[in-house]
Design a binder for this molecule. Structure first.
Ligand SMILES: [Fe+2]
Length: 366
């Protein structure tokens, strides 16, 4: 596996006036997103102390009574804000086994007010637990910083592909970007060595995901290193002749790097030039260990059409990514698929005239 090295990009290289430095970053992005679907970012400017503060605050919330957390759990908005209980979300690729985790969702950026009217669940206002102001403040702070890092990378990615630098950023403006805090739950002695996974194999359905790095927690409640050399994040590389199913490689970023992952929306826009990589989170093989982590999801605006951009349109690509669909529709469908939205949400898509016709006919018959 020594030839499988996820490239690292220095964020300062992305828009540097030196052609040599921009060329270096362009090359890294093309190789990383084309082969692995993810890249490691250094010089991103995110303060590790802020991340520690956030994780401490988040654990303060997850340690609350079940009743207090349930008050923050909102199936009516498809869990897109507040607390998601364990065994709620499930991956689609892996056949729908629920993940062994609890989560919190909040939107750190101002969202398009029209989105709230059109997609009230996906663009819902934030909700916060009372008495946890530090949690809210550090959450929004780090979510915003991750968003800015992601936008800088999207500009670099557009340049690398020969597109106008703001192509992706403009299509994402005002979208339902969301930051998620996750706590992967400790397994007991009977559960370890079983097929329980912290996060089943899946691809992210958004445009770009930023992962600032999580923390393992020992059974004694202390931050600790990786409990064994098998647990944590694994990703599947692009299939090749030699490896038709791709290869599972550990996603172990160098110390202090942020990981950025390609989501399905970016794969579709680029006609597969960039790859949404399937990934899985394996639980430790020793009982009692948990993990906290966070992810920021940059989305396309709900009005954007999910279809390969003109430079990537070949007959094969058009066939592979057809038919086109609105990003908002795609989001609703995916949230149903992963168990966060109810199936009835699908029948809300688009304007429906059946009720009106029924009324006319009932009136005529009266
Ligand atoms: Fe993911």
């Amino acid at each position: 596996m020594s030839d499988l090295q996820v490239p690292i990009v220095d964020l300062e290289d992305l828009a540097h006036p030196s052609p040599a430095r921009t060329a270096r970053s362009t090359e890294a992005i093309m190789q990383a997103f084309g082969t692995y679907g993810l890249i490691y970012l250094r010089n991103h400017g995110i303060d590790p102390a802020l991340l520690d503060t956030f994780y401490n605050d988040f654990q303060g919330f997850t340690a609350c009574d079940e009743a207090e957390k349930r008050a923050m759990s909102r199936p009516d908005i498809w869990f897109q804000r507040g607390w998601t209980p364990p065994n709620t979300e499930r991956a689609v690729i892996a056949g729908g086994q629920p993940d062994f985790k609890e989560c919190f969702f909040a939107a750190p950026e101002p969202l398009d007010p029209l989105g709230l009217m059109e997609y009230p669940e996906i663009y819902a206002p934030n909700i916060w637990p009372e008495g946890h102001e530090g949690f809210r403040d550090s959450y929004l702070d780090i979510g915003h910083q991750l968003h800015e890092v992601g936008l800088a990378l999207l500009r670099g990615a557009a340049r690398a592909l020969g597109l106008a630098p703001y192509t992706f950023e403009a299509a994402a403006y005002g979208a339902s970007h969301v930051t998620r805090a996750l706590r992967y739950l400790p397994l007991n002695a009977d559960q370890v060595q079983t097929d329980i996974l912290w996060g089943e194999e899946h691809t992210d359905f958004n445009l770009l995901t930023l992962l600032p790095g999580g923390r393992f927690i020992s059974p004694e409640g202390q931050y600790c290193g990786r409990p064994d050399d098998q647990c944590g994040l694994y990703l599947r590389t692009r299939p090749s002749k030699a490896h038709p199913q791709g290869q599972m490689v550990p996603g172990k970023p160098p110390e202090g790097c942020v990981v950025a992952q390609v989501g399905q929306q970016l794969e579709i826009l680029t006609g597969g030039a960039f790859l949404a990589t399937p990934h899985v989170i394996k639980a430790p093989r020793a009982p009692g260990y948990s993990r906290v982590s966070m992810a920021h999801f940059i989305h396309l605006h709900a009005h954007q059409i999910l279809f390969p951009l003109p430079p990537f349109q070949t007959p094969e690509v058009i066939k592979a990514y057809s038919p086109p669909v609105l990003a908002g529709t795609y989001g609703t469908k995916t949230l149903v698929d992963i168990g966060l939205a109810p199936r009835e949400a699908l029948s809300q898509l688009g304007y429906r005239h059946y009720d009106r016709l029924d009324t006319f006919r009932a009136d005529e018959g009266a």
